[in-house]
Design a binder for this molecule. Structure first.
Ligand SMILES: Nc1ncnc2c1ncn2[C@@H]1O[C@H](COP(=O)(O)OP(=O)(O)OP(=O)(O)O)[C@@H](O)[C@H]1O
Ligand SMILES: Nc1ccn([C@@H]2O[C@H](COP(=O)(O)O)[C@@H](O)[C@H]2O)c(=O)n1
Length: 235
């Protein structure tokens, strides 16, 4: 039995998570937040002293691989939230990976092909249980090359930085637009220029620039494209 797969790729802050969540809800599909996997490995690598905030420091690839392979990562449906919790070594991982510092660690460890390989099957297995909406950088190019729908959602770095500022202020946290913009550009450069699974649209992806679109307009465009590709929305 093959279940439908929808891939939403694109850079940080493009709105992938927002549209992925709405699609998964509307279709009653599972949701794969692949960025969370890389964030978890990045955080564990930081805790083990293998990466630091200084991205110019060399990383011991062998030690990183051993660490990645030692992690017991599973996806556990959470009936209360309706989401799928990522459980690492018996502990549910939540908001502690959702900050720009951990995003930076994630993008440093994500350049290593063996680390990516170690996380591949876990991601692909998500599509064996039900329909799936997968959010990431290489969902349509590497992880699910035969996906039913591939969207590459992007936006200017300035628009994405502005969204992050709004998000932080909304959470009563300090936000410096210029610092956030610089961090976004550095992470984009690392993700787009790495040799393995660089962040780029699949050849058969629909590219949407959300710089001047609100989240609802993006959702409607993606939904219409999914329908065109044969995905059936009942609601
Ligand atoms: N089209 C949009 N216009 C304005 N703001 C948006 C839009 N889409 C999402 N947002 C807001 O921008 C922020 C980032 O969105 P989201 O987390 O969905 O992006 P993302 O691409 O998943 O980022 P990351 O890869 O870092 O997880 C959130 O605060 C979200 O509410
Ligand atoms: N499929 C993926 C997903 C993520 N990454 C790397 O992880 C970083 C964090 O991702 P978020 O989507 O949570 O922001 C991202 O910058 C990438 O370096 C990846 O390589 N492949």
């Amino acid at each position: 039995m093959r279940y439908p797969v929808i891939c939403i790729d694109g850079p940080s802050g493009a709105g992938k998570g927002t549209v992925t969540w709405r699609l998964a809800q509307a279709l009653n599909y599972q949701l794969l937040d692949s960025g969370a996997l890389y964030r978890i490995v990045g955080l564990k690598a930081y805790e083990a002293g293998l990466v630091s905030a200084d991205a110019s420091q060399p990383i011991d690839e062998n030690a990183l691989l051993v660490l990645t392979q030692s992690l017991d990562i599973s996806f556990v449906p959470n009936n209360d939230s309706g989401r799928v919790d990522i459980v690492v070594n018996g502990e549910a991982v939540g908001e502690q990976v959702r900050n720009e510092t951990v995003g930076g660690y994630a993008s440093q460890i994500a350049v290593f092909s063996q680390v990516r390989q170690a996380l591949l099957k876990l991601q692909q297995d998500m599509a064996t249980r039900s329909g799936l909406v997968a959010d990431g950088r290489d969902m349509g190019t590497v992880v699910f090359p035969d996906a039913d729908v591939k969207v590459f959602l992007t936006a200017s770095a300035e628009a994405r930085a502005q969204r992050r500022v709004a998000q932080l202020l909304n959470n009563h946290q300090a936000a410096d637009f210029d610092a956030i913009l610089a961090t976004i550009k550095a992470r984009d450069a690392r993700d787009e220029n790495r040799a393995t699974a660089p962040s780029k649209p699949a050849a058969d992806a629909l590219v949407i620039d959300s710089s001047t679109l609100d989240a609802s307009a993006v959702y409607e465009q993606v939904k219409a494209y999914c329908q065109k590709q044969g995905i059936c929305f009942t609601a």
